[in-house]
Ligand binder design. Sequence first.
Ligand code: ATP
Ligand code: MG
Length: 457
Amino acid sequence: MIKSFISKVFGRGAKQAAHPSKPVVYGPDKHHIRKEHISRGARKTCEELQRAGHTAFVVGGAVRDLLLGMRPKDFDVATSAHPDEVRSLFRRSRIIGRRFQIVHVMWGAETVEVSTYRAHFTKEAEEERQDEHGRVLSDNVFGTQAEDAVRRDFTVNALFYDPVKEEVWDFQHGVKDLVARKLVMIGDPATRYREDPVRMLRAARLSAKLGLAIEPRTAAPIRELRHLLENVPQARLFEEILKMLLSGNAVACVQRLRELELHHGLLPLLDDSLEDPATGPFAMAALQATDERLRADKPVSPAFLLAALLWGRVERRWHELEEKGQPSTPSLHSAMHDALDAQRESLAIPRRFDATMKELWLLQPRFLQRGGTRPFRLLEHPRFRAAYDFFELRAQAGNAPLEAAQWWAQFQDASGEARERMLHPDDGTKKKRRRRRGARRREEGGSPEEVAPGADE
Ligand code: ATP
Ligand code: MG
């Protein structure tokens, strides 16, 4: 439907054929983006810059999303004005970044990112600006608007929108590719992946998010170059993976990663968590649930999702240690540490997520304990809700007893009396075990109950 809509609107052609330095300009009669679709801040920023004699456009993802009828996450502005000129035009603005300066312009709660047109690096400068793998290390050179289009990754990301004239400016056939529902790399794909290997992950994420096919030429070098992701700083890699997982299209992203064979080795998080027969369906269910929540505009917790993706490893190791004769709770503790350590070797999950993940894991066995006062204590735990959702998803996916999940669903809503009636008999052996566990707990200095609540997500 979207396709036919865009084809209808754009199909009749525009003023001018595309040339690298001359854009095709689509007037307001050729597309459906109106200035009202642009955030107030971005619109005012462009108006103000233009009034001061500069050119200024909304650029990149926002234009692309609007053409596809999607709601953009944010609106970036590109301009001919230099950072200090932008800064002097807006009272509430500040220059950020050292390597390439951009300006943040504040309008109430909205912050608009304004960048000066930037050129792709030149041949001479190429060597000193790349590391031995061809990765661009510095790109602090201003350029023309056409050059700014060329340095972007995909043609559909190189579109500009003028919110004053309501025109779409297209230097790279982005509109044509959008109509054909193709994701096409600007320039030589292999070279562009060498400059910045994260573009391979962006290809997977954007094609999934936008429902675009990755053009064969754009997809072809990925298999051969995927090892270059190893040279990308962990923090940037993690940021990009988190974007995928929290894009609202996590399931589709994972599918694309598999098609491009990008999930192996580099991303064991996705790799073995989804392929494990015992916990794979649970990991997939967690991705699906996250997508659904995001689509319904509900908040999601990255720590919850990461904990779900790592649960397979934790559980496997936990049972291994138990089978070796280690008691259950210490086994779970060791298993958690092992899983986190192993994961950190390949992809650094920032430590700020650790506390929440551990808590979710540690609370899992407690959903099987339904005697005495334990269910009441669990109910009062600050993380009960998240831990219950985790358990429930596991049960739905065949990774925990469904009957127990149903019991908890009832128990939460039941009256005090009904709750008492629901309790399972708490036999003496359990009490004894509990006392022994208590002793062990003191030796180890930790227990499920003692994990700090309310930790960072
Ligand atoms: P979304 O915001 O939906 O995640 P996006 O394409 O807007 O997708 P951003 O990270 O917001 O992604 O980037 C904004 C724009 O900057 C892109 O549309 C693209 O033009 C350019 N860009 C981003 N990352 C790169 C990159 N690695 N190489 C070249 N250009 C890039
Ligand atoms: Mg964006």
